[in-house]
Design a protein around this ligand. Sequence first.
Ligand SMILES: Nc1ncnc2c1ncn2[C@@H]1O[C@H](COP(=O)(O)OP(=O)(O)OP(=O)(O)O)[C@@H](O)[C@H]1O
Ligand SMILES: Nc1nc2c(ncn2[C@@H]2O[C@H](COP(=O)(O)O)[C@@H](O)[C@H]2O)c(=O)[nH]1
Length: 206
Amino acid sequence: MDYPGNLFVVAAPSGAGKSSLVKALLELDSHVHPSISHTTRAPRGQEKHGREYFFASEPEFDAMVQGNAFVEWARVHGNRYGTSKKAIEERIAQGSDVILEIDFQGALQIKKAFANAILVFILPPSWEELRSRLERRGEDSADVIEVRLKNAAIEMAQVSKFDFVIINELFERALFDLKAVVHAQRLKYAAQRRARADTFQSLNIT
Ligand SMILES: Nc1ncnc2c1ncn2[C@@H]1O[C@H](COP(=O)(O)OP(=O)(O)OP(=O)(O)O)[C@@H](O)[C@H]1O
Ligand SMILES: Nc1nc2c(ncn2[C@@H]2O[C@H](COP(=O)(O)O)[C@@H](O)[C@H]2O)c(=O)[nH]1
């Protein structure tokens, strides 16, 4: 389906820095809107319902799956996460750009539903740095960090299926690259829409 707004999907192994990069992008670019996912994970320290996530019980999440409310959902690191259709369709239909911060399974489901979606994969510069970022963040127990690092190898094996890969070594450099992807995509779709409008006009199609 073709929508006037752009859909960006950012995936990365846990700790690579995607939330930090997306947050910085949102502060700089008011035309990009985040999609707030639903999750069965418990809230972390400062997280608020409706800000980082909509926190849902297992039965609540089940009901949404049964009700076909998700455009994609996946089990990630032992919890379920999903993107509600409502969260994105209304906005991109109105011409806004929407950014999703989800895992690779969800990203690939999104590409099937929205062929124009742009998939961006964020890589850490090294395994040592990935571990150290997870430890420094101080949000997850040692066991959870081990699970996330183990899953990171599986996630990174999917990188070739993404449209763009950004290495988040120097934060400002990675942010520059993410901004460039968003900007390039806007120019590309704007040009395509103009070309189509011109053709429609010359063919007298309304
Ligand atoms: N370029 C960078 N250099 C150093 N530290 C960074 C960099 N980018 C992010 N960080 C830090 O690494 C930690 C992990 O970043 P962040 O929470 O954004 O990762 P994430 O990919 O969103 O993880 P998750 O999927 O678990 O939510 C944070 O403490 C963040 O401040
Ligand atoms: N497939 C989906 N994955 C999602 C969604 N929202 C978040 N995520 C991913 O889950 C992991 C863990 O996140 P955390 O907040 O517990 O650290 C991370 O890779 C997220 O990107 C979603 O709606 N669908």
